[in-house]
Design a protein around this ligand. Structure first.
Ligand code: ASP
Length: 341
């Protein structure tokens, strides 16, 4: 790589609509790797005026096909190239971008540079695409004096640990869950002043996620035995329940919580409300589940809770999972917490 005063950015290529083309049956799909990378490069041929950049190929897939092992591959690429670049841009499908953002947020400790995920709702080769502005803004953010994992989309800069895809087709597709955006994109990028600056700490990487979790939504009259069944399949290692309101569950779920404790399977309770924050001591129905071992999700997004549970199951013992789930690692949780030992 030639020496220059310009910032250096590594683009981690993962696929997504941004590089997709219509297949023979009309559905969008990733073309060959060569064509996909060429499509990304063609979105804007002046990107190098923002930063000297290289492209590192990770995957070329619809992000519905992303697996936790792909998150590990992205982490490995960042770790191997950490000292050579000033920032990282991850081009990614929008469908599971928020999960990848959560995974990167948790698994990098002392991150002293920006890692920016972006993509588009409309393929990059189409006239009306949103890819160009998203990619340009992600590149710009990757050179700025800020550190952390972010999603850049449309006019928003969102903390990676709070991102959620809220619309399947709006260009303004992502929102911050239970938090303010980290910044706003107008003519320039305006970042929240409280964000951490760049720093020269040695970043530490903790990849590894156990995908064997189940997420269940409560509906009135649902049978707790259906969840007891999950405890018996010898595969499910953690469960998330989308309960009502502030984290309320019917009394007949007692049996499920007791069994989960016996089987040493952590159960996290979050709210199914669109803007839900749990407060399980607020009603007797929630309090009872808490007393039986339910782990309260507080204001964390579902994406974060799912990824955090996978990460906790891989790195910690059963007795520590509740503490890990209720520890703030990357801005995902606003209650005061003590880090796990
Ligand atoms: N299905 C696509 C993906 O997640 C959607 C997108 O990129 O917008 O890869």
């Amino acid at each position: 790589m030639a020496q220059s005063d310009k910032s250096r950015v590594l683009i981690l290529f993962c696929g997504g609509t941004i590089i997709m083309k219509e297949g023979p049956d009309g559905g969008l799909k990733a073309p060959s790797r060569k064509e996909a990378v060429a499509t990304l490069k063609a979105i804007e041929d002046r990107l190098s005026t923002i930063a000297d950049f290289d492209i590192h190929f990770v995957e070329n897939i619809d992000s519905s096909n992303m697996r936790p092992t792909d998150w590990d591959n992205i982490l490995a690429a960042i770790e191997q190239n950490y000292d050579r670049y000033d920032g990282f841009v991850v081009t990614h499908g929008t469908d599971t971008m928020a999960y990848t953002a959560a995974a990167l947020s948790l698994a990098i400790k002392n991150l002293g540079k920006p890692v920016v995920l972006t993509g588009s709702q409309i393929p990059g080769s189409r006239l009306e695409t949103d890819a160009r502005r998203n990619l340009v803004n992600a590149m710009k953010l990757a050179t700025m004096d800020v550190s952390g994992v972010f999603v850049v989309f449309d006019e928003r800069v969102i903390l990676g640990s709070r991102a959620s895809k809220a619309s399947e087709s709006r260009l303004d597709a992502f929102v911050s869950i239970n938090a303010q955006d980290a910044g706003e994109i107008r003519a320039d990028i305006h970042l929240n002043q409280s964000l951490p600056r760049r720093r020269f700490d040695k970043a530490a990487f903790f990849p590894g996620f156990d995908p064997d979790i189940a997420v269940q939504t409560l509906t009135p009259g649902c049978d707790p035995e259906d969840l007891v069944f999950l405890l018996q399949n010898k595969r499910t290692r953690g469960i998330i329940i989308l309960a009502y309101g502030t984290g309320n569950l019917p009394y007949d779920f007692d049996i499920f919580f007791k069994r989960a404790r016996e089987e040493r399977i952590p159960v996290v309770v979050t709210s199914q409300c669109l803007h839900g924050i749990t407060r399980m001591k607020g009603y007797d129905v929630g309090l009872r589940a808490l007393k039986l071992g339910a782990i309260e999700g507080h204001d964390q997004s579902l994406e974060m809770l799912a990824v955090k549970l996978m990460w906790a199951l891989k790195h910690y013992q059963y007795k520590d999972i509740a503490t890990v789930m209720q520890t703030n690692f990357a801005g995902e949780l606003s209650i005061p917490t003590r880090p796990p030992a």
